[in-house]
Design a protein around this ligand. Structure first.
Ligand code: GTP
Length: 297
């Protein structure tokens, strides 16, 4: 008698301090770019579900924002709440750290790890170690801070050992039916994806000059036949930031909007008419109402 493995499914949260590679990991695990990565820390501010359906398992990933301890504005407090909330209803937590750097910011996240949900420690960027023998003592050190269900070194960027990771996750998921239809990749709509793309361009074209409090709001998203008409606002908290974004003769904003439009057209597979405004909103990062309107509860 052959023993076919039973189907398993469940929710998996990805947590870790900024810049450890959570978005990269998610993208590679689900094989499609839905969450935007950037070299600038903390670009992921929303929960994103990514779904991977294999023959014997469906993984529903929850991507949580980086855990920011440096600037505790209302925005960041909101983000910490998102981290907490997203850990409550999952079956497995992936705690991502870097192969080389482990500091007090990682320990802040350790404090949030649930005791009643299996936590798998994902040691990412293993490709950065010249000598792989460094891994073992490093892992030993990390495992004294928490009782992990498994520890898996990977390279998200190079797609290394992701199969091992998926296997480790599957073992911890309960037997059950598919949660989402097979062709659903993300539960985020085009409006959200448009704002993510624009936000990525803002960070890319302004480098380190702009603070993290910059935000993007899609004010209008209309389908006009096959054309998508999108009006977006980039919210900044100082006139100086507005000038920085607009650039001399509006060159920078034009470049940002053009690159964003091209990416949107590729993703939506259709023409996009994109208008982008820059607005100054003083003290917005501390406005509870603003947080709500951006989807943070
Ligand atoms: N060398 C190496 N770099 C990686 C790997 N995975 C991610 N990176 C890089 O690390 C940087 C941060 O990656 P992200 O995926 O944006 O990190 P994140 O944890 O989602 O960051 P936040 O959104 O700030 O929380 C990017 O420049 C990635 O290309 C990896 O396996 N190896």
């Amino acid at each position: 008698m052959t023993d076919t493995p039973s189907f398993r499914s469940g929710f998996v949260a990805i947590v870790g301090r900024p810049n450890v590679g959570k978005s990269t990991l998610l993208n590679h695990l689900i094989g499609q770019k839905i969450s935007i990565t950037s070299r600038k820390a903390q670009t992921t501010r929303h929960r994103i579900h990514g779904i991977r359906t294999d023959e014997d398992c469906q993984y529903v990933f929850v991507d949580t924002p980086g855990f920011q301890t440096k600037h505790m504005s209302a925005l960041n407090r909101g983000m910490n709440r998102v981290v907490n909330t997203s850990l409550r209803d999952v079956q497995v937590v992936l705690f991502v750290v870097e192969a080389r750097h482990y500091d007090e910011r990682d320990l802040e996240v350790v404090k949030l790890l649930p005791k009643d949900v299996p936590v798998i420690l994902v040691v990412n960027k293993a490709d950065m170690l010249d000598d792989k023998a460094e891994l073992l003592p490093y892992i030993q050190k990390l495992s004294t801070d928490f009782t992990y269900a498994a520890i898996v070194p990977v390279s998200a960027r190079q797609n290394k050992h992701l199969d091992t990771l998926l296997q480790a996750v599957r073992e911890k998921l309960p037997e059950g039916e598919m949660i989402y239809a097979e062709d659903e990749i993300t539960d985020r709509n085009e409006r959200f994806l448009a704002s993510e793309i624009l936000r990525e361009k803002v960070f890319r074209f302004t480098g380190e000059e702009l603070p993290y409090s910059v935000s993007v709001v899609i004010e209008q998203f209309k389908l006009d036949g096959k054309l998508r008409r999108i009006n977006a606002a980039i919210l900044v908290d100082k006139e100086a930031h507005k000038a920085m974004l607009i650039g001399s003769k509006g060159e920078k904003l034009k470049e940002i909007a053009t690159q964003a439009r091209l990416d949107m057209e590729k993703l939506f597979d259709g023409k996009v008419f994109l208008e982008v405004f820059v607005k100054v909103r003083s003290g917005w990062a501390d406005s509870a109402q603003m947080l709500r309107s951006l989807g943070y509860e």
